[in-house]
Design a binder for this molecule. Structure first.
Ligand code: FMN
Length: 327
C-alpha cells in the first residue's frame, strides 16, 4: 500500500491533495464532501480584509462590477455584506466539527492593517492553519517593486506575531525578484502557495466593453508553478504548495517531483466534481507503484533545481534550440 502522507506547513496530511479556497469550501456541507472524497486538507473560502474592517462598500465602489476579482465577486454576491466575521468563524467551527482532515482558514488581504487581529480569532475557534491570499497588483507605475514587496513582508510578520498556528502565504508571480522575496518570506512563514490565479479580463469587441475571461484554469497553466517550485525547492526555509492548473494525477506527481509538499486543486473539481480527487489519488498511486516508490517522501523534490539540472540553463537551451530550428 503506497504511503501518500505528507507534512505541509507543520500539518500531517494523509495525502498531498488539498481542496483550494473556493466556493467548494464555503460551507460545512461542501467541506464535508471534499473530506469524504479523500482530500488531504481543505482551505476554506476566503474572508476579505475589507469585510473584517467593515469597508466592503469602499471595495465595491472602487472596483466596479466589471473589474471585480472573481473571488471578491463570488464572496459578495453569495455571502452578502452583513455579519461576515461571525459567519466566517461559524464556518471554521462547523468545518472542524464535521471533518477530521486539517482545516485551513483563508484571509484575502491587501495590507498589514487592523484586520490582522482577526487572525487570533481564527486560531481561537480552532482552525489548524491560516492561508493569506495577498493581492497587490503592481499596476501603479509610481510604486516601485520594493515598496510593493514590503507589504507582503509586513503582513507575514504581523500575522505570525499574533498566532501560533501555521501560516501560509498565497502569492502571484508578478515580482521582479521572486526568488529573493520567497527567501525573505520563508523565514517568517510556514508555507508559500504558488501561484494565485488572478481574474482575467477580456474585451467584448461587439459591445466595446469588458468581460470576464474564464474563472477556471486549464491544465497547461500548471507549468508556471512547476517551474518556480522546482527553482525554489530546497532554497527557502518554508514548505511549498502548488496551485493553478493541477488537474490530474500526473500533475500531482510533477509538482511533488519539483519539491511541493502539497498541491491545491479547484478548477478540476469544478469541472469533474469532487469525486475527481479519488481519480487523481489513483493516478498518483499508480505512478508510485510503477516506479516502485513506497512513499511520497521517496521521490518528493527529485526534480528540483537542487536535485537535478538547472531549470534556468535547461530553459535557455530549449529556447535556443527552438529559435534556431534545432530539435
Ligand atoms: C470560483 C472560485 C473562487 C475562488 N475563491 C478564492 C478565494 O476566496 N480565495 C483564494 O485564495 N482563492 C480563491 N480561488 C482561487 C483558487 O483557490 C485557486 O488558487 C485557483 O483557482 C487556481 O487553482 P486551480 O487551477 O486548481 O483552479 C477561487 C477560484 C475559483 C474558481
Amino acid at each position: 500500500m503506497a504511503d501518500l502522507s505528507t507534512k505541509y506547513m507543520g500539518l500531517d496530511l494523509a495525502n498531498p491533495i488539498i481542496v483550494g479556497s473556493s466556493g467548494l469550501t464555503d460551507s460545512v456541507e461542501g467541506v464535508g464532501k471534499c473530506a469524504e472524497a479523500g482530500a488531504g486538507a481543505v482551505v476554506l473560502k476566503s474572508i476579505f480584509e475589507e469585510q473584517i474592517v467593515g469597508e466592503v462598500d469602499k471595495l465595491v465602489d472602487a472596483s466596479g462590477p466589471a473589474y471585480w476579482h472573481s473571488q471578491a465577486a463570488e464572496y459578495i454576491t453569495r455571502y452578502g455584506r452583513e455579519n461576515a466575521v461571525e459567519r466566517y468563524l461559524d464556518l471554521i467551527r462547523g468545518a472542524k466539527e464535521a471533518v477530521s482532515v486539517p482545516v485551513i482558514a483563508s484571509i484575502h488581504c491587501v495590507s498589514a492593517g487592523a484586520w490582522t487581529e482577526f487572525a487570533q480569532r481564527v486560531e481561537q475557534v480552532g482552525a489548524d492553519g491560516l492561508e493569506l491570499n495577498i493581492f497587490v497588483l503592481p499596476a501603479d507605475p509610481r510604486i516601485d517593486g520594493r515598496t510593493n514587496e514590503q507589504i507582503y513582508l509586513d503582513v507575514a510578520k504581523a500575522v505570525k506575531q499574533k498566532v501560533k498556528i501555521p501560516v501560509a502565504l498565497k502569492i502571484g508571480s508578478f515580482f521582479s525578484g521572486l526568488a529573493n522575496l520567497a527567501l525573505a518570506l520563508g523565514v517568517d512563514i510556514d508555507a508559500l502557495v504558488l501561484f494565485n490565479r488572478f481574474a482575467r479580463v477580456d474585451f467584448d469587441t461587439e459591445k466595446l466593453s469588458l468581460k470576464p475571461a474564464s474563472f477556471l484554469s486549464s491544465p497547461d497553466e500548471m507549468v508556471v508553478p512547476l517551474r518556480w517550485i522546482s527553482i525554489l525547492s530546497g532554497q527557502i526555509a518554508c514548505d511549498l504548495a502548488a496551485t493553478t492548473g493541477v488537474h490530474d494525477g500526473e500533475a500531482v506527481v510533477k509538482q511533488l517531483l519539483a519539491g511541493a509538499a502539497a498541491v491545491q486543486v479547484c478548477s478540476a473539481l469544478y469541472k469533474n466534481g469532487v469525486g475527481h480527487i479519488g481519480t487523481m489519488l489513483d493516478g498518483l498511486r499508480d505512478w508510485m507503484g510503477r516506479h516502485e516508490f513506497p512513499s511520497v517522501a521517496d521521490f518528493r523534490g527529485r526534480m528540483s533545481q537542487t536535485e537535478s539540472l538547472k531549470p534556468g540553463a535547461y530553459e535557455r537551451v530549449q529556447f535556443m534550440k527552438a529559435s534556431t530550428g534545432g530539435s
